[in-house]
Design a protein around this ligand. Structure first.
Ligand code: GLU
Length: 428
């Protein structure tokens, strides 16, 4: 099968099987962990603004909750599939285990394109999603959060619907809520900043000074924007970003030799991270085909868009200068591409470690919601940095000691933690 035709669920299982072999996982535990524990498929009928009724398909997949309530975002995407959600739920299990927070893994998705939906229609989808699931999610069962094309407003609508059904106030149902409505300061920044905390540690390990490095970023949504913000603060220079252009139905890359101006780009970007091409051109950016982000002569690549972007077919185009690949997105690199990266000696910070800042801050948000006492920004970011740095160091130490590829080292740690929890509960 061609690498780019990869099904993400197959890919997540291939990654898992490789490590199950490596650590000699027993057959029962392997069978249990290579599939989700529970999944829900449902229809969400919505009265559209034009008077018609449209039916949207929704999924929630709870991969594992041995270490704590299942945890994971909800994506709105026109190409969503249940297999993508299954893969993402599995990666959430490894992610919460990698940063050692007391949560499991889940994911949700709705097949829809918010670009073409009014605010009221999106609200109806959010409320409809919760109506289908209210008894199967909850603060001690499964806790949703934002993901691709969902945000704090969507989370608040979902919370409000849940509280309407259940009665009372249950802020621990969901994370990524607006600040002031049970949200945590720093949650918006957390995923992108977390990528850079791990990147900073990787650069230390490679004896590279951040202010002597350049980077190219795929995507310009929430994760990408905050990764760029903190990477610039530590002295780095992003020379290329790419994003999806909804009108053209194609991706484009924006190149600026002296470094992109984050604030300027934000000023010409829609709420989904789409950069206005003519405004960017007028501001002096060179507009290139979307794939160009991968081929830049930079030290660092930071994919922050969707899964399945770096494949066995295009990984050969990565410049010989690239030293680090930090996966801000979930599942951006296929196993075929992993082989190429490994051969090229590129230091990989795998997705479920690099982008774990979001769920780590979600955990802090739950803790704050439970106490009904909210921390200052410094406290949130300080705790986030500590967690991310400790998780990175544990993985990189194991990789060094056992001469493992970073993704494999992270998997060894996470799978062992989850398998131990399942065993100690007497499940397997
Ligand atoms: N959707 C984010 C992720 O993929 C955050 C999940 C969460 O906060 O629960 O990690």
């Amino acid at each position: 099968m061609s690498d780019s035709a990869f099904n993400p669920y197959e890919m997540a299982r291939e990654q898992f099987d490789k490590i199950a072999d490596l650590i000699g996982l027993d057959a029962g535990t392997r069978e249990f962990l290579r599939s989700p524990m529970r999944e829900y498929h449902f229809a969400i009928p919505v009265h559209m603004d034009d008077g018609s009724v449209r039916v949207f398909r929704g999924f929630r997949v709870q991969h594992n909750d041995a270490r704590g309530p299942a945890k994971g975002g909800i994506r709105f995407h026109p190409q969503e599939t249940v297999d993508t959600v299954r893969a993402l739920s599995m990666w959430m299990t490894w992610k919460t285990a990698a940063v050692d927070i007391p949560l499991g893994g889940s994911k949700g998705g709705v097949i829809c394109d918010p670009h073409n939906l009014s605010s009221r229609e999106q609200e109806a989808i959010c409320r409809g999603f919760v109506r289908q699931l209210a008894r199967d999610i909850g603060p001690v069962r499964d806790v949703p959060a934002p993901d691709v094309m969902t945000n704090a407003q969507h989370m608040l609508w979902m919370l409000d619907e849940y509280e309407t059904i259940m009665g009372g106030r249950h802020p621990g149902l969901i994370t990524g809520k607006p600040v002031g409505m049970g949200g945590s300061l720093g949650r918006t920044q957390a995923t992108g900043y977390g990528v850079v905390y791990t990147l900073r540690e990787a650069l230390k390990e490679l004896n590279l000074r951040p202010d002597e490095t350049t980077a190219s970023v795929q995507g310009f949504g929430n994760v990408a924007q905050y990764a760029i913000e903190l990477y610039h603060q530590i002295g780095g220079k992003v020379v290329c970003v790419s994003c999806w252009d909804q009108e053209a139905q194609a991706a484009f890359a924006f190149f600026m030799k002296d470094g992109v101006d984050l604030e300027q780009l934000r000023g010409m970007t829609d709420r989904f991270g789409g950069i206005d091409r003519s405004k960017a051109e007028a501001a002096g950016y060179e507009v290139l085909p979307g794939d160009a982000w991968l081929e830049q002569d930079v030290d660092i690549l930071i994919p922050c868009a969707l899964e399945n972007q770096i494949t066995g077919e295009n990984a050969g185009k990565i410049s010989g200068r690239v030293k680090v690949l930090a996966e801000g997105a979930n599942g951006p690199t296929t196993p075929g591409a992993d082989k190429v990266l490994h051969e090229k000696g590129i230091f990989l910070i795998p997705d479920f470690l690099a982008n774990a800042g979001g769920v780590t801050c979600s955990y802090f948000e739950q803790v704050q919601s439970n106490m009904n006492y909210y921390w200052e920004m410094d406290e949130v970011l300080g705790k986030l940095d500590l967690k991310m740095t400790a998780a990175f160091l544990a993985v990189s130490e194991l990789a060094r000691k056992k001469k493992l590829y970073m993704r494999d080292a992270a998997y060894v740690i996470s799978i062992n933690r989850v398998a131990t929890a399942c065993r100690e509960r007497g499940w397997v």
